[in-house]
Design a protein around this ligand. Structure first.
Ligand code: GYE
Length: 330
């Protein structure tokens, strides 16, 4: 615990309270508790969304590795895509008086109360990967992550080009988790871009919760109720990979009979792109760890940080995926 020396009795209570909370919620917040009594290491409480996708797994691994390299003690919790679990984890980090809290909010709304609690406890908060819709920008120090609207736009722009000369292009959309920033923004960016081509129509749009099984299930239903589907736009690779399974099971050829556009560019997605089953991927980098640790050190030291840090990203065609695959880190 940096700068704040806790009496042993208090920290013991905090750890006990945390253990009780972790076992009842399944949110397993900050299992080690090692930093809650002294030492000069920065202690970060990190409330992760879950383990819903390849992206998330890569992000978790990267954050854990970067913390180690930066000499930051990480208390990690997995909220299993449930906001209530994330709120519990954040409260337990406040109780433990960590030096900084970082979290990736599962949905955009409903954070003001717990963020205010952190602010009153003088614990700086860094949003990582996903945003909140709080009007009070003083509730967090900075937001590190992608521009999801831009990602959706890139997906739509590719489709507009690919649809030139066609008279009708029917799209089905597999949305991410309802209420999550990347789901809202990727939908918006895509819708905006395809306005340029009136022959492109989104004929069905539903959430697959960012998971492979969700993508598969929703795609099965789409295939049953829509006789002519030309394109799948999936808000992440995992749902696109689930859709591939559903398309193949229906006797159609993914990438040819039905084109697929996804976002993320994790390894399995890139492999499917190189294999011709996906047609285009917009990259969303999960490698936020090093930047997060740098920002954490600065906010703990009381230095000012930019209020928004946007990750740099690219896009991949099938040919580009073949070249990029051997050196991909995730
Ligand atoms: O695209 C998806 C994951 O928030 C950017 O969450 C992240 C998204 C990512 O489940 O695969």
């Amino acid at each position: 615990m940096l700068k704040k020396i806790l009496p042993v009795a208090v920290s013991a209570v905090a750890v006990a309270a945390l253990a009780a909370c972790g076992s009842s919620s399944g949110a397993a917040a900050g299992a080690s508790g090692a930093g809650a009594g002294g030492g000069d290491k920065i202690v970060m409480g990190f409330a992760q969304v879950g383990a819903e996708s390849g992206w998330r797994t890569a992000n978790t691994k990267n954050v854990q590795e970067s913390a180690k390299t930066a000499g930051i003690e990480l208390k990690f919790s997995d909220a299993q895509q449930k906001q209530e679990n994330q709120i519990k984890a954040i409260r337990s980090y406040i109780q433990q008086k960590v030096d900084v809290i970082a979290f990736s909010p599962v949905v955009e709304t409903g954070w003001d109360t717990v963020l205010l609690e952190a602010k009153r406890a003088n614990i700086p908060v860094i949003l990582t990967d996903r945003a909140v819709d709080s009007e009070d920008k003083t509730l967090y120090k900075t937001f590190l992550g992608s521009d999801f609207v831009a990602e959706g736009k890139k997906a739509g722009e590719w489709l507009v080009k690919d649809s030139e000369g066609k008279s009708e292009v029917n799209v089905v959309e597999l949305q991410g988790t309802t209420g999550a920033a990347p789901a809202i923004d990727r939908k918006e960016g895509f819708a905006d871009a395809i306005k340029a081509a009136p022959q492109i129509k989104v004929i069905a749009s539903q959430t697959g919760d960012f998971t492979r099984s969700g993508g598969k299930q929703v795609m099965e239903a789409f295939l049953k109720s829509n006789p002519k589907i030309d394109v799948v736009y999936a808000h992440n690779d995992d749902m696109g990979l689930g859709a591939i399974e559903a398309i193949e099971a229906a006797g159609k050829v993914p990438g040819k009979d039905i084109k697929i556009i996804t976002v993320d560019a994790v390894h399995d997605g890139m492999q499917a792109l190189a294999d011709g089953k996906i047609n285009y991927i917009v990259e969303c980098s999960p490698l936020l760890g090093d930047q997060l640790m740098d920002l954490a050190k600065k906010v703990v030291a009381g230095e000012s940080v930019p209020e928004r840090v946007v990750t740099e990203e690219t896009t991949f065609t099938q040919e580009q995926a073949k070249t990029a695959l051997p050196s991909r880190k995730y």
